[in-house]
Design a protein around this ligand. Structure first.
Ligand code: MN
Length: 254
C-alpha cells in the first residue's frame, strides 16, 4: 500500500504529522504539502509561476503552492509511482456542508480522485488540535476499513469529519450527506495604517440544513461523519426544465 499524504494547513501543521504517522502503519508514505497555510484555496492550481519543491527536516516534500498543486505535482511527475490512496488532513477545523466547496483539504483529496486514485479528506471539527489524537484514531480506523474491505473498484472520494471529543467518547461512524450553511457573515471593513479601507472575509455561516442524516447533525451528536463525494456539478434534476426553456427561447435566434 502506497499512500500520498497532503493537507492545506501547511507542512508544519500538527494534523499533517499525525496523519502521516497513522498512514505509516499501513504502508509506504509520501508527504507533499504546501509551504504556507492554504486553507480556503479550494481546487486552485498555480499557473502563473513555476513551483519549487524542497524537502523539510521531517522528510516531507514542500511545495510553494496550493493543496491541489501538491497532489497534482506528486501524481504527474514528482513521485516515481502511482499511489494506491491519497489522504488529506487532518484539517484544523470542520469541513462540512458548503465548506467542501472552499476547502483545500477536500480539494487535495479531490485532486487524487480526479486522477482516478481513491481519496479521503480528514478534518477535526473544532480548530485548535485539542483532540487531534482522537481524530488520528478515527483516521486509522477508516484507513484500516478501506484497506481491509475496499469499498468498490475504481476511485471514490470520502469526506470525514471528527467531533471535538476524546476517542472513547466518539459514538461511532455515521455515513452522511452534506448539510448546508447559511451565507457567510459580512466582510469586516477596517482601515490600514494609511487610512485606506481593507476587508477581511467574514466567518462561515452557521449550519442551516443540519437535519438527521447530515454531516452537521452526526458530528453535533458525537459521531464521526463520512460523506461520499462526487464532482459532477450538473443539476440533473433541472436539466429537463432548462431544455424546455432553451427551446422556447430559440437557440441564438435560429
Ligand atoms: Mn485548513
Amino acid at each position: 500500500m502506497r499512500i500520498l499524504v497532503a493537507n492545506d494547513d501547511g507542512y508544519l501543521a500538527p494534523g499533517l504529522a499525525a496523519l502521516a504517522d497513522v498512514c505509516r502503519r499501513f504502508g509506504e508514505v509520501n508527504v507533499v504539502a504546501p509551504e504556507q497555510n492554504a486553507s480556503g484555496t479550494s481546487n486552485a492550481l498555480t499557473l502563473q509561476r513555476p513551483l519549487t519543491v524542497w524537502t523539510a527536516a521531517s522528510g516531507f516534500q514542500v511545495v510553494n503552492g496550493t493543496p491541489s498543486d501538491c497532489v497534482h505535482v506528486a501524481l504527474t511527475g514528482l513521485l516515481d509511482h502511482r499511489p494506491d490512496l491519497v489522504v488529506s488532513g487532518i484539517n484544523n477545523g470542520a469541513n462540512m456542508g458548503d465548506d467542501t466547496l472552499y476547502s483545500g483539504t477536500v480539494a487535495a483529496a479531490m485532486e487524487g480522485y480526479l486522477f482516478g486514485v481513491p481519496a479521503i479528506a480528514f478534518s477535526l471539527a473544532q480548530k485548535g488540535w485539542r483532540n487531534l489524537e482522537s481524530a488520528a484514531q478515527v483516521a486509522a480506523e477508516v484507513l484500516r476499513g478501506v484497506i481491509e474491505r475496499p469499498p468498490s473498484a475504481g476511485a471514490w472520494l470520502l469526506n470525514v469529519n471528527v467531533p471535538d471529543r476524546p476517542f472513547d467518547r466518539v459514538l461511532g461512524l455515521k455515513t452522511t450527506r452534506l448539510g448546508r450553511r447559511h451565507p457567510s457573515e459580512p466582510v469586516i471593513r477596517q482601515a490600514n495604517p494609511r487610512g485606506e479601507p481593507i476587508y477581511w472575509i467574514g466567518a462561515a455561516g452557521d449550519a442551516r440544513e443540519a437535519g438527521e442524516g447530515s454531516d452537521f447533525h452526526a458530528v453535533a451528536e458525537g459521531y464521526a461523519s463520512i460523506t461520499p463525494l462526487q464532482c459532477d456539478m450538473t443539476d440533473h434534476a433541472a436539466l429537463p426544465a432548462w431544455r424546455d426553456w432553451s427551446q422556447a427561447l430559440g437557440t441564438l435566434g435560429k
